[in-house]
Write a protein that binds this ligand. Structure first.
Ligand code: NAD
Length: 480
């Protein structure tokens, strides 16, 4: 059976434990590969490789770093079909989605930060009249840790490691043990692109063992983490007393506010996507739909009609809209939330059941599910489900819409549908979220700050924000 090995110091290696974890294909429920079960010893090996690579990599001219990163981007692009197929097999998402979104974005991440580093600059402050000049050095931190989740595996893994190495750091990175395959395949491409050994080390294993060893390592000075809020809390508890730099991108429960004056057709088709793309397993999915009372009945009817056209099926079929959920445990969690919603008085307008896909009967398939709710305080409105489930609540006016939208512990993103510019400004300013999309969704410019407020995280990724995170500012003050 295929083995997913660690990539340390530029070579593939078995875990020192000699132990392996099962890797499941969510579309069939079968075990199809074995994952290195790394321990703190493997993390230490990766750390030593990174530390040894650092003096040379951190002084490698920016143009050279950039050139290598652009080569990695080209190689990801050249391997689009193979990587997309691997991502789909590992995660359950439709191949068509991996091909259109995940893999192109992984390539774009390397290309973007390979270019961005050539434009990154720091400040100078002249203390006029005091014969003093200050300038800020932006130096790489050293060895940094990057930990990523399973929903957009290569996309989010590269979103972290690309700015880290662009800025001159060396990295110990761990993808999710639920979806390690494409990060494993990336190792080959790094070597082929000529990335010096030790600059990016990819270690596999569980969160509590391998992930924890990265976070707790005394000499890994910064941690960039994307994942669940509870895990983020645990990581903060471990890393804060060690005074590490921390970037935490956590869960969401994002509102989608639909006003009666919106462009209805556009709103309807984008709302189907923002509800169910990637089986609803995108941290930015709009899982709480709030619709203005005057159009609520029409919207429910039209939305359900459109959702009922979505095809749940084999991720390899071109016409599949929703593939499999990522794991049995996750599917059960989502099913459980549907039950909770029903018990709390929710009305299932569509879906709610498992789907049996012919030839893939043991796969983890669920119908896209639409639930009408009248209590904003119930669990399905407050807790992150992270699956193909959206709720619909109607509101009477703007004030009520904003109040309900903000009435959760999360604050990642929000979507607003209106043609009224004044309302756009008023609502955007009041929403408690790191990202607000108006008349669009998941429309990303990689230069913009990305991240959440409240329990959705701390810090921002993207553009120069990421390069600032992965560097340490040092002021040099000179008098003359
Ligand atoms: P998770 O928190 O279970 O795991 C994420 C990563 O952390 C995995 O690699 C895991 O092995 C590791 N990990 C787990 N315990 C650890 C520990 N004690 N120390 C160090 N590492 C540890 O999250 P998940 O289930 O993989 O992903 C889903 C979650 O990610 C959802 O909550 C979703 O909203 C969130 N997410 C957020 C964003 C964002 O940008 N804000 C993007 C995607 C996903």
């Amino acid at each position: 059976m295929k083995k997913i090995l660690n990539y340390i110091d530029g070579t593939y290696q078995d875990p020192t434990s000699g132990e392996w974890l099962d890797n499941f294909n969510p579309s069939t429920g079968n075990i199809y590969s074995q994952i290195a079960k790394s321990t703190p010893k493997d993390i230490e090996h990766a750390y030593v490789a990174a530390k040894e690579a650092f003096p040379s990599w951190s002084t490698t001219p920016i143009e050279t770093r950039s050139k290598i990163m652009l080569r990695i981007a080209d190689l990801i692009e050249a391997n689009l079909d193979r990587l997309a197929a691997a991502e789909s097999l590992d995660n359950g998402k439709p191949v068509s989605l991996a091909k259109a979104v995940d893999i192109p974005r992984a390539s774009a991440n390397f290309r973007f930060f390979g270019n961005a580093i050539t434009q990154f600059a720091s400040e100078a402050h002249e203390s006029v009249g005091r014969n003093t000049m200050n300038f800020t050095l932006r130096q790489p931190i050293g060895v940094v840790g990057c930990i990523s989740p399973w929903n957009l595996p290569l996309y989010l893994f590269t979103w972290k490691v690309a700015p880290a190495i662009a800025a001159g750091n060396c990295v110990v990175a761990k993808p999710s043990e639920v979806t390690p395959m494409t990060a494993y395949l990336l190792g080959e491409l790094l070597s082929e692109a000529g990335l010096p050994k030790g600059v990016l080390n990819i270690v596999h294993g569980t969160g509590p063992e391998a992930g924890q060893a990265i976070v707790a390592h005394p000499n890994i000075k910064a941690i960039s983490f994307t994942g669940g809020t509870t895990t983020g809390e645990h990581i903060a508890r471990t890393a804060a007393p060690m005074f590490k730099k921390l970037s935490l991108e956590l869960g969401g429960k994002n509102p989608n506010l639909i006003f009666a004056d919106c462009n209805y057709e556009k709103m309807l088709s984008v709302t189907v996507k923002s509800s169910f793309a990637n089986q609803g397993q995108i941290c930015l999915c709009g899982s709480r739909i709030y619709v203005e009372e005057s159009i609520a009945e029409t919207f429910k009817k039209d939305f359900v009609a459109k959702v009922s056209e979505l095809k749940v099926g084999n991720p390899s079929d071109n016409d599949t809209n929703l593939g499999a959920l990522v794991s049995q445990a996750h599917m059960e969690k989502v099913e459980n939330y549907i039950e909770i919603a029903k018990n709390e008085g929710g009305t299932v307008l569509f879906g709610g059941n498992k789907v049996s896909v012919p030839g893939h009967e043991q796969g983890y398939y669920l119908q896209p599910t639409v639930i009408e709710i009248d209590d904003n305080k119930c669990r399905i409105q407050q807790e992150e489900v992270f699956g193909p489930v959206v709720t619909i609540v109607s509101f009477k006016d703007e004030t009520e819409a904003i109040q309900m939208a903000n009435d959760v512990q999360y604050g990642l993103s929000a979507t607003v549908w209106t043609q009224d510019l004044n309302r756009t400004m008023r609502v955007s300013k009041q929403l408690e979220a790191g990202i607000v999309w108006v008349n669009t969704w998941l429309n990303r410019d990689l230069r913009t700050p990305f991240g959440g407020v409240k329990n959705s995280g701390v810090g921002r990724e993207g553009g120069f924000e990421a390069l600032r995170f992965f560097t340490e500012p040092k002021n040099v003050c000179i008098t003359y």
